[in-house]
Design a protein around this ligand. Structure first.
Ligand code: AMP
Ligand code: GLY
Length: 427
């Protein structure tokens, strides 16, 4: 089986890495991939949003399965494009069609879906520029902080949490006025949930599902969760406060009704679902859905799967996931993201990276690197994710931090406190 992985980040490197361990004879391709995937797969220089280019890559390489990493091609209908093309008949896509990707692509759709299926989430209403005055009235009824969410995809920047009422009204006006382009032409305003966040992941074939390891990521740039939001500065799996009792609530109240709800609504969802959750006094609430795996969560989830990932993906493609097994390893996996100085604001690119070859106790996933005249250089804000497994979280963290110290490039930065808030639960 020839498999094409779409995307170029740490998540896609981790997917390629895990599939490369399959006992099945797989030939892997990545588009566009990165220097990490290049060691395990053939990189094809095609942008996942260039659907015609993807089509040519599928035909030229006799691809039988396409695994879609990021959300934008899903929201733009890459699965529909491939599945509806008679010339690509038989090519399996791991990732939902546009209708399913709406769970991530439209906050209003996701909230409506949860309401219809009685899935616990924060109370909300959706507003447009025409209903601005109603939005202000609605906000007066809420307690601060105010949570404002642009309806559409906004690269993780579309959520504002504001304490001051007047400031929230000003921000709302700007959002509805086009600050996030069309993504903000509708704004969801919701109740603030007080709790601790974590994420759950499943893969589904549209009727059954398999639960993957849960994870917690660290979104802020600064230590102790301060400063700006990033794509993610590190992640930990398992999550110590996600007790079997809590995870059973997640499955009963959230996972099952989501998979069943999709089916009931005629949405044939084949792929990953990422549940962003808030644990509010032991009860799970959905903060957001994503129609894909997370980055850097994938870099800790997949190393904890002891069984063959291809077997699960084949179960999705053949719609017989119910007959496939997943083995989850008991070890803790952590990943520490090394970023370029200045990220998430402006940062330089092209800095030579050294030392990755000296890392022994960890796996280094490439997130924002490229090869320039045979040298590894930075090409993004998030550069490398350094993953380690350990019996305890502290062992895994020590291993990753030791590995991180082997690596250098100009302006390198990383958080030294990944897992800081979980220590009370574990030690
Ligand atoms: P989202 O893009 O929907 O994941 O939101 C980004 C972040 O905002 C989340 O990871 C949470 O930390 C926070 N957030 C979103 N919605 C809420 C809410 N209703 N209550 C508290 N925090 C929230
Ligand atoms: N790490 C968060 C995400 O992938 O959306």
């Amino acid at each position: 089986m020839n498999i094409l992985i779409l995307g170029s980040g740490g998540r896609e490197h981790a997917i390629t890495w895990k599939l490369a361990q399959s006992s099945r004879p797989l030939k892997l391709f990545a588009a566009p991939g990165n220097p990490g995937t290049a060691t395990l797969a053939v990189n094809i220089p095609v942008d996942p949003l260039d659907f015609t280019g993807v089509r040519q890559a599928i035909l030229a390489n006799e691809i039988g399965m396409v695994v879609v990493g990021p959300e934008v091609p899903l929201a733009e209908g890459i699965a529909d494009f491939i599945e509806d093309d008679p010339a690509l008949a038989g090519v399996a896509v791991i990732g939902p069609r546009r209708a399913g990707a709406m769970l991530e692509g439209s906050k209003d759709f996701a909230k409506g879906f949860m309401k219809r299926h009685l899935i616990p989430t924060a109370a909300y209403e959706t507003f447009t520029p025409e209903t601005f005055d109603d939005a202000v009235k609605f906000m007066r009824k809420l307690k601060p902080p105010y949570v404002l969410k642009a309806d559409g995809l906004a690269a993780g920047k579309g959520v504002l949490i504001i304490n001051d009422f007047d400031e929230a009204v000003r921000e709302l006006k700007e959002m509805l006025g086009g600050r996030f382009g069309t993504a903000g032409s509708r704004v969801v305003i919701e109740e603030y949930l007080n709790g601790i966040e974590m994420s759950a992941f499943v893969v589904t074939d549209g009727s059954s599902y398999r639960i993957l390891p849960e994870a917690k990521d660290y979104k802020r740039i600064g230590e102790a969760d301060t400063g700006k939001n990033t794509g993610g500065m590190g992640a930990v799996s398992p999550v110590p406060f996600a007790t079997p009792e809590f995870l059973a609530k997640v499955e009963d109240r959230i996972i099952k009704p989501t998979v069943e709800g999709l089916k009931e609504e005629g949405i044939d969802y084949r792929g990953f679902i990422f549940f962003g959750l808030m644990n509010v006094n032991g009860d799970p609430f959905v903060i957001e859905y994503n129609a894909r795996l997370g980055d850097p969560e994938t870099e800790v989830i997949l190393p904890r799967i002891g069984s063959d990932l291809y077997d699960l993906l084949e179960g999705v493609a053949c719609r017989d996931l119910a007959s496939r097994n997943t083995v989850i390893l008991p070890e803790t996996a952590v990943t520490v993201m090394i970023v370029s100085g200045g990220y998430p604001d402006s940062y330089g690119k092209g800095f030579p990276v050294s030392g990755t070859e000296n890392v022994t106790g960890s796996t280094v996933f490439h997130a924002g690197t490229k090869t320039d005249n045979g040298r590894l250089v930075t090409s993004g804000g998030r550069v490398l994710a350094v993953t380690s497994l350990g019996k305890a979280m502290s062992d895994a963290l020590s291993a990753s931090y030791m590995s991180v110290r082997e690596i250098s490039f100009e302006g390198l930065y990383y958080r030294k406190d990944i897992g800081f808030d979980l220590k009370n639960y574990t030690e």
